[in-house]
Design a protein around this ligand. Structure first.
Ligand code: ADP
Ligand code: DP6
Length: 502
């Protein structure tokens, strides 16, 4: 049997941090080209071995047993003892809950057949999920996109999972989505050629969302799992009550029926996922600032302030939501303007790529099509700045560093550069990362590109921003979770083979 490979992308919440926890509001979510990959190959009978070769002490072996009490059979996934074994709650729960659902849906005989030869599972994430600044140093490479491209794919981090410096792309949601979906395919709950269907995606989403909430010990907004399954989107959360009956199940018994809650047809999953994509000839650029934030702590402080100051919070949330919604609409309108008149759109990109945003509207000779595009680009710029201002206000009022002073300086300097549409602190903000949206003019446009300009600002000689490094991640064009061919993903077969040798 050949290897089965399922990938799922990371995420960036461009707008909607904190608000998206409430179903009244939505968030602008971009899925990234950086992905997690789960590779399942036949293993040793009776065993499920999971390897994460980018980390030390990161191989977990499990066995399973199916018992047949009435009224329900159940499957128990247990970790095998070994001298240096760590535990991985996320992986263990993904296996336990997905196999329980497979047993409930397909019965013990079919599940036994699907698991018969055992499973050998390898999990890897693109380098962007983890800060590569130490790697670059050890290879004596300067910080920058060209250097990052020289690091082999799925590079070992040299540390244990608990000690890695993450970049905030949502490793656990992408990992859970790729692992859960791969097991759903391997056990026959999703046919490989049906993975793109609405019903298969709903099933993958519901199971991944459930496992992720259980592993995190809380029901978050779930935008990260939704991005991993469906790709870039305008996301409105599901009601947490859908998962409540399953959340108090003892962690690993798997004895409670899951299908009625997790089935794609269950209308209680009331999230909305509206299609969204970044406009043509723009590029998402992320900065790793080699620090990191404690998102749950930030969230608890902001929500506490909101509950104690409901009138002030309501007016801030309402104003912010208007800007967030307008940003989603304006970016969507730019894509429509491209479809309508590609020539005018591309010429506008050329124009804005050489000028700072404050100069964009200063061309009296623009033709109608171009000035419409230009106004939309400028509106996107203004909206991102308004969102930043309101997020800073939220931080000030609730006593949380949502856009810390260092990020303010970095963003102020970045968003005033020629060809930069806007930027901000993604998600909960803090010290995780910053995002920018930069124009990508045609190659024959004279002068330095906006991307190169930003790279020089961040990493050039004498930079004011030491410790800030671009990431390779862009927006994912493949929408969400996907089946892959192992040989078509550079470095994947080698990473799997290296993991098996260790
Ligand atoms: N490459 C990996 N292999 C196995 N497990 C992983 C991997 N990356 C992340 N995880 C799991 O996800 C957990 C991290 O989750 P979390 O702290 O919520 O991170 P994030 O904010 O990136 O989602 C880890 O403790 C581990 O259980
Ligand atoms: C505050 C939030 O609305 C957004 C947090 O977004 P991040 O992208 O900061 O998330 P982490 O990957 O967990 O650090 C909380 C939520 O929506 O769950």
């Amino acid at each position: 049997m050949s290897s089965l490979v399922v990938s799922a992308p990371g995420k960036v919440l461009l707008a909607g941090g904190y608000l998206v926890l409430d179903p009244t509001y939505s968030g602008v979510v971009v899925s990234t080209s950086s992905r997690f990959y789960t590779v399942i190959s036949p293993g040793n009978a009776g065993q499920i071995i999971v390897r994460s070769p980018q980390f030390i002490s990161a191989t977990w072996s499990y066995t399973w047993s199916i018992s047949q009490p009435t009224p329900l059979p159940s499957v128990l996934v247990s970790q095998l003892e070994s001298a240096d074994a760590s535990t991985n709650k996320f992986v263990h729960l993904a296996l336990q809950k997905t196999l329980s659902l497979a047993l409930e849906t397909r019965g013990p005989v079919e599940l036994g057949l699907a698991l018969g030869a055992g499973l050998d599972i390898t999990i890897v994430g693109d380098n962007d999920f983890y800060s590569q600044q130490d790697q670059l140093k050890s290879r004596s490479l300067p910080v920058g996109l060209a250097s990052l491209a020289q690091i082999p794919p799925f590079s070992p981090t040299g540390v244990a999972l608990a000690d890695v410096a993450k970049t905030g792309l949502g490793s656990s949601a992408a990992l859970i989505t790729s692992l859960v979906t791969a097991v759903l395919v391997r056990t026959g709950l999703i046919a490989p050629d049906q993975l793109a269907s609405a019903s298969s995606r709903r099933l993958a989403h519901n199971v991944a969302q459930f496992v992720h909430c259980l592993a995190q010990g809380k029901v978050g907004s779930g935008f990260d799992v939704s991005a991993a399954v469906f790709g870039s989107q305008l996301y409105t959360r599901f009601s947490p009550s859908v998962l409540q009956p399953l959340m108090d199940d003892p962690v690993c018994t798997g004895s409670r029926p899951l299908l009625s809650v997790l089935a794609p047809e269950n209308r209680a999953w009331d999230l909305t996922v509206k299609p969204f994509t970044l406009p043509p000839r723009t590029r998402l650029l992320l900065a790793d600032i080699h620090a990191g934030s404690n998102t749950p702590l930030l969230v608890s402080k902001v929500l506490k302030w909101r509950s104690e100051n409901s009138a002030a919070a309501h007016s801030l949330w309402t104003a912010l939501d208007q800007c967030n919604t307008s940003l989603g609409q304006t970016l969507t309108r730019l894509s429509q303007l491209y479809e309508k008149d590609q020539h005018s759109y591309v010429e506008t990109v050329r124009w804005v790529s050489g000028l700072q945003p404050v100069q964009w509207l200063a061309n009296p000779n623009m033709q109608q099509g171009q000035s419409t595009c230009l106004e939309a680009f400028y509106e996107a710029h203004l909206l991102t700045e308004q969102i930043r201002g309101k997020m800073r206000e939220m931080g000030k009022l609730s006593g949380v560093d949502i856009e810390p002073e260092q990020q303010t300086q970095l963003l102020d300097a970045s968003v005033s550069m020629a060809g930069v549409i806007g930027g901000g602190v993604p998600g909960a903000g803090g010290f995780d990362a910053v995002w920018l949206l930069v124009c990508e003019p045609p190659e024959d446009t004279p002068g330095i590109t906006p991307l190169a300009r930003i790279e020089r600002l961040w990493t050039g000689p004498g930079t004011r921003f030491p410790g800030v490094a671009p990431l390779l991640a862009q927006e994912s064009k493949a929408q969400g979770v996907a089946l892959e061919n192992i040989d078509a993903v550079p470095g994947l077969a080698a990473a799997v083979a290296a993991g098996r040798r260790d």
